[in-house]
Design a protein around this ligand. Sequence first.
Ligand code: CO8
Length: 274
Amino acid sequence: MPYFPRNRKNIKEVDLEQFSCIELYAAAAGVGAIRLNRPAVLNALNLQTMIELVAAFELYDASDDVRCIVIHGNKKAFAAGADITEMQGATAVTMLERDQFARWERIKQTKKPIIAAVSGFALGGGCELTMLCDMIVASDTAQFGQPEINIGVMPGAGGTQRLTRAVGKALAMEMVLTGRMISAKQALAAGLVNRVVPVEFYLEEAIALAEEIAQKAPVAVKLAKESVLKSFSTSLESGLEFERKNFYMLFATEDQKEGMTAFVEKRKADWKGR
Ligand code: CO8
């Protein structure tokens, strides 16, 4: 059943009822799910999918009902990349003018944690989308790759940058230059994913992880995510300072008082989200 959170503030651009490439649904308490839904083309990411995805992330980020987000495809494919048929006739000028891949940057600004639940192919822009997420729960059938080299181009939405940071230079170089895919097991060993589970359970596992996070103090979750991400874009010294200030800032929340009092009183904390 389609799911539209109550709080729609900041959602201006898209008429949510018009979503045609993705589906939104409530997966568990506090967990908003996004299903990529173009199975006939292995969830290839066309422009419309990107517009809808950005709108969905903005919607969930602004909604009080959602505290953690899960994005997934189906058993055969998370997403097999940007839609090649859409790019086939493009020129450098049309690509630059449309600059459609810049849309991904909005996803990066999502403050709530995002978990990619991946089964089957996560290729090209699909692999890059998983790397924009904060965690990746993979099925044992998942395959990750940057095969753009096989169609005469190269990764264009983080595949040379985020993949290299995740798996290291040598493996990233091999994947980007040969287009070869790696298995879920290899992805786990390389640090690209945080869990691998049998395909029957991958979505359930990702949703359970999201539900666990959704039950934590929301402001602390947001600032903790922001602090971990900061480590990718700053020096250790400024990162530590940033972390420390976020830590201090949490002492301005009711949830810090509640969390520590609940610990002392040996009871479960009742988070207010402020
Ligand atoms: N774009 C458009 N259509 C696709 C794509 C795609 N990326 N991938 C698969 N399809 C279509 C196929 O054309 C086919 O359609 P049809 O049934 O009409 O012939 C259908 O999906 C099923 O695919 P296959 O029959 O090929 O399925 P197989 O199981 O035989 O093979 C593969 C699966 C190996 C995944 C194969 O489909 C494949 O190689 N796909 C292309 C993978 C690829 O090159 N991806 C990179 C694309 S470029 C890119 O992502 C640039 C990123 C820049 C930033 C992006 C931000 C979004």
